[in-house]
Design a protein around this ligand. Structure first.
Ligand code: ADP
Length: 395
């Protein structure tokens, strides 16, 4: 029995998938939303059927009850289906969690304590972990951390040049995120080009609502664009990415408080801040119809990608692959073409037809004679969480 229930929880939502850890096959998936509101909602997919209903979901425990109910309505209870583990995605593992970890009471408490570094994520993970352990008391629960893959980043790349004592006291360093995605995508890219991951220098661009770049040398992360929090680095759907920290001091002196800055930089910046939408499809349509703000947002977005591309080509001493993944990276030929434009001098040649062809499979969008293979590789964080959780519990 290799099926793993994968949980990706937020403060008011729980996404779940029942995945075969061996094959990555998805048996069922769903989303419980608006936990804590007067009326919540659950969507449950199994096979081709979608079961959608509204109901009161006062807390995460009620969310898991709704999920169990949805499985039963779809034809088989979770215990009839049989699961060997529950895999929890945890955004912040700090410096202490460097590998998938069996969740005990103490581990759950440490995940909660790391909420000081990830207030939007870890407290919500904790609530979901408590509720899930009550709902599934007889199977092992495993935490898989988004930060763990970046523990190999050398000190020169993960240290911020601020007072060392202040940094130590507050746990301030670059942790990096999206590690589960960078890991699975770099492995799939290696499989696609038919070479061992240990031999490859790879740059992965994870471009979703959140976005980050990662330089991977022989399968190990050596630099990444997100930092202490998932706010640093590339321009994102609603997050600013890199800014001068002096900008925050300037606004603090102008009367902003921490909550307002948080809201500005996490929710009202990025594509949303520049062009009024965080949906890349809207942005492309608006830019195409001559909207100057949308065009500027596109240009700023691509500029940030190219900065990191340049930095990581130097950090790695060249690259064998450049890999695009996640919603924008997998779907926007425009972004890929603009990000790679004019790079023939360093061995990047995009084939426009290959780039324009839509597909859900891993594919090469560079020409056969391009020295660097430019690839599109769909990410699958849930399959990777299931694989890691299963690997841990099966010894
Ligand atoms: P999340 O970080 O929420 O998992 P995704 O990886 O799903 O995000 O990416 C969401 C982004 O991908 C959105 O900006 C969305 O507009 C964009 N996207 C999805 N499909 C397309 C498409 N066909 N063309 C361009 N952008 C797309």
């Amino acid at each position: 029995m290799t099926s793993v229930l994968v949980i990706n929880s937020g403060s008011s939502s729980v996404k779940y998938q029942l995945v075969d850890a061996d094959t990555g096959e998805r048996y069922a998936s769903g989303l419980v939303e608006r936990i804590g509101d007067a009326l919540g909602r659950i969507q449950h997919r199994s096979g081709d059927t979608l079961d959608e209903r509204e109901l009161a979901v006062p807390d995460h425990a009620a969310g898991f009850a709704a999920m169990l109910d949805a499985f039963a309505r779809a034809g088989a209870t979770v215990s009839e289906l049989g699961i060997s583990a529950v895999g929890h995605r945890v955004v912040q593992g700090g410096s202490e969690f460097v590998a998938p970890t069996l969740i005990t009471d103490q581990v759950a408490e440490r995940i909660l304590a790391l909420g000081a570094l990830a207030p939007l994520h870890n407290p919500a993970h904790y609530q979901a972990i408590v509720a899930a352990r009550q709902a599934f008391p007889d199977v092992p629960h495993v935490a898989v951390f988004d930060t763990a893959f970046h523990q190999t980043v050398p000190a020169a790349a993960h240290t911020y040049a601020i007072d060392a004592e202040v940094a130590a006291e507050h746990g301030i360093r670059r942790y990096g995120f999206h590690g589960i995605s960078h890991l699975v995508v770099s492995r799939r890219a290696a499989a696609y080009v038919g070479r061992p991951v240990a031999e490859l220098k790879q740059i992965v661009m994870h471009l979703g609502n959140g976005a980050s770049a990662c330089a991977i040398d022989g399968g190990r992360s050596i630099d990444t664009s997100m930092g202490l929090t998932p706010l640093e680095g590339l321009v994102m759907g609603t997050r600013s990415g890199d800014i001068d920290p002096g900008l925050m001091l300037h606004l603090l002196r102008a009367g902003y408080d921490a909550a307002q800055l948080d809201n500005l930089l996490n929710k009202r910046s990025g594509l949303m801040g520049l062009a009024g939408s965080n949906d890349f499809r809207d942005l492309l349509a608006a830019a195409d119809s001559g909207d100057a703000a949308a065009q500027l947002a596109f240009d700023v977005y691509v500029h940030a990608i190219r900065r990191y591309l340049g930095a990581y080509l130097v950090a790695l001493g060249g690259a064998d692959t450049i890999v695009f993944t996640a919603g924008v990276g997998e779907n926007s030929a425009e972004v890929r073409a603009a990000a790679c434009a004019g790079l023939e001098w360093c061995g990047v040649r995009i084939d426009p037809d290959r780039n324009a062809a839509a597909s859900r499979e891993a594919r090469r969008i560079s020409t056969d004679d391009s020295k660097i293979a430019v690839l599109v590789v769909p990410t699958d964080e849930e399959a990777e969480i299931a694989r890691q959780a299963w690997q841990l519990v099966s010894g």
